[in-house]
Design a protein around this ligand. Structure first.
Ligand SMILES: Cc1cc2nc3c(=O)[nH]c(=O)nc-3n(C[C@H](O)[C@H](O)[C@H](O)COP(=O)(O)OP(=O)(O)OC[C@H]3O[C@@H](n4cnc5c(N)ncnc54)[C@H](O)[C@@H]3O)c2cc1C
Length: 512
């Protein structure tokens, strides 16, 4: 009798002391993990588990609860094509609504029996003899034929290396881990960072705090936001005639896709957008000195382009100071600047982004030769189609290297990868494949091709950004049209892979 028959659910097996086995272990319950689970269920595959460290599903939209958090791609496109929501209350939804959309999907597709909340992945190691993964979490272990890493590119907050920061004597938290128990009313607050999150929460807290010091390293490009509430008529029409919503989605997709030309082909396209952003800044700011210090010094698009109608007015409030000098150190509750001046604060909020090019999960995953992914990729992370990696059999990374976008919806890229994974499962079943591993030469050729497209793009035009790794390589962005990515990932082409057929793999030895 197999372990699976002895123990129909993983938790029951853990209670019985055996290590439960599943066909697929998915780590993460954001758009990617939940999306894959839905696709598996739709294909009639039930033998999977979703491992999640947080106490609820939703990924990015569960973790980022800071005031003002919202998407910057219109909601009709920043949602699954197979699960449209005609009821979005705004054109760019706010975090509570996106989170609730994802939670609702998990419920509607009956994913909860598969989900293990509060289970943090601690290690995943490939066992070559048994041709399976050993997956350890903070609350139990599994074996799995396939591991899908859906831990997301923006899920490990980055804490800057500032002397004394960790010994700060006040309250400190990251925007992705907002401390809602802490009342900022009347406080002296420092915000470090002026990226996508800070631009959303600073205007919201500026009204509440006593004094706000915003520490800026580089001034971001900010375009006017076109967010607005949707009308009741729109929502009714989308409900009654879903093709209308699909038409809007398609229109948004292609208009955003056309922006890519400015990113990759001819940066003069960006001059037009820069003019709009400059006019926006000048219109909103009255103080010429502030206008000067908020003027970006790099080409629009080199870093993430931000949208806000409230950022510049917030900076001009009498209780807000924009600080552009570097921070030298933090002593007690005092922030000491490079010029020796000091700011004493009660709370520091880090709007300093995430570990993108150095994901901590890379240290948890051990491949065929016993080396971790981090060790294997010490020269820079790379993957084949942003999904599979040599040395890691039966492993997919969703939204892996070079799948990020500056111009369109990540959900589109996620859906393309979901299709790829599902096709791989189909091929495995049809051809009785027990293991697949991308050939190193296929991965190298793919990455050489990706990197050959980088020179001349706006991302490589000279700014420091989170798209680049420590050596200056862009391992984050997909430098092409997104439909090309979808086209390339439409089929699991076995010729790129080393395959072992079921007949060649010793059967999983299980309890008799
Ligand atoms: C504030 C914010 C706004 C954004 N807005 C947009 C937008 O408008 N448009 C856009 O295209 N993209 C946007 N993004 C990018 C966004 O991250 C992606 O669009 C998408 O949500 C990623 O989904 P994911 O499932 O890959 O990862 P995530 O949503 O990050 O989910 C990863 C999950 O893995 C879990 N996890 C991580 N490590 C472990 C572990 N060791 N063990 C167990 N579980 C683990 C996490 O808890 C999390 O639930 C935004 C990101 C942020 C942070």
């Amino acid at each position: 009798m197999s372990i699976i028959e002895l123990a129909p659910t993983p938790d029951a097996a853990q209670d019985a002391g055996a290590t439960p086995h599943v066909r697929i272990a998915i780590v993460g319950t954001g758009f990617a993990g939940l999306g894959l689970a839905i696709r598996l269920k739709q294909a009639g595959i039930e033998d999977f588990v979703l491992i999640e460290r947080a106490d609820d599903v939703g990924g990015t939209w569960q973790a980022n609860t800071y005031p003002g958090c919202q998407c910057d791609v219109p909601s009709h496109l920043y949602s699954f094509s197979f699960a449209p929501n005609p009821s979005w209350s705004r054109t760019y939804s706010r975090q509570p609504e996106i989170w609730s959309y994802l939670r609702d999907l998990a419920g509607r597709h009956d994913l909860h029996p598969h989900i293990r909340l509060g289970h943090e992945l601690k290690a995943a190691a490939w066992d070559e003899t048994r041709a399976l993964w050993s997956v350890e979490t903070s609350r139990g272990a599994w074996t799995a034929q396939i591991v899908v890493d859906a831990t997301g590119p923006l899920s490990y907050p980055q804490v800057p290396a500032i002397r004394g920061l960790r010994r700060f004597e006040g309250t400190m938290f990251h925007s992705a881990d907002w401390n809602h128990d802490h009342d900022l009313t009347g406080e002296r607050v420092a915000v470090i960072g002026t990226g996508a999150s800070a631009v959303q929460f600073v205007p919201r807290i500026a009204e509440q705090v006593g004094r706000l010091h915003v520490f800026q390293r580089t001034a971001p490009w900010i375009l006017p936001h076109t967010d607005r509430p949707t009308t009741r008529l729109e929502r009714r029409l989308y409900k009654l005639a879903p093709f209308l919503q699909r038409a809007v989605r398609t229109g948004v997709y292609w208009s955003r896709e056309s922006f890519l030309l400015g990113f990759i082909k001819d940066q003069r396209f960006m001059a037009g957008a820069e003019k709009i952003a400059t006019a926006h800044r000048r219109k909103q700011l009255r103080d010429p000195e502030l206008e000067r210090r908020t003027t970006p010094t790099f080409r629009l698009g080199c870093k993430r382009v931000l949208l806000s109608n409230h950022w510049y007015p917030a900076l001009e409030r009498p209780n807000v100071e924009l600080v552009t000098d570097a921070i030298r150190e933090i002593r007690g509750k005092t922030i000491v600047l490079a010029d020796g001046s000091e700011r004493e604060v009660d709370t520091i909020i880090l709007g300093t982004g995430f570990h993108v090019t150095d994901p901590p999960t890379a240290k948890l995953v051990r491949g065929r030769d016993g080396r971790t992914l981090a060790e294997r990729m010490s020269g820079g992370i790379q993957a084949y189609l942003g999904a599979t990696m040599s040395g890691l059999p039966n492993f997919f990374k969703l939204i892996g290297p070079n799948t990020g976008l500056g111009h369109n919806s990540m959900v589109f890229m996620i859906e393309a990868q979901l299709r790829y994974v599902m096709d791989a499962l189909r091929v495995m079943d049809e051809q009785q494949i027990a293991t697949f591993e991308v050939r190193p030469e296929a991965m190298a050729a793919y990455n050489a091709q990706i990197q050959s497209k980088m020179p001349g793009t706006v991302w490589m035009s000279g700014c420091a950004s989170w798209y680049l790794d420590a050596s200056g390589r862009n391992t984050t962005i997909w430098p092409d049209f997104t439909w090309r990515f979808r086209h390339r990932t439409r089929r699991f082409e076995t010729r790129a892979y080393e395959l072992r057929h079921a007949a060649d793999v010793p059967a999983l030895k299980v309890a008799a």
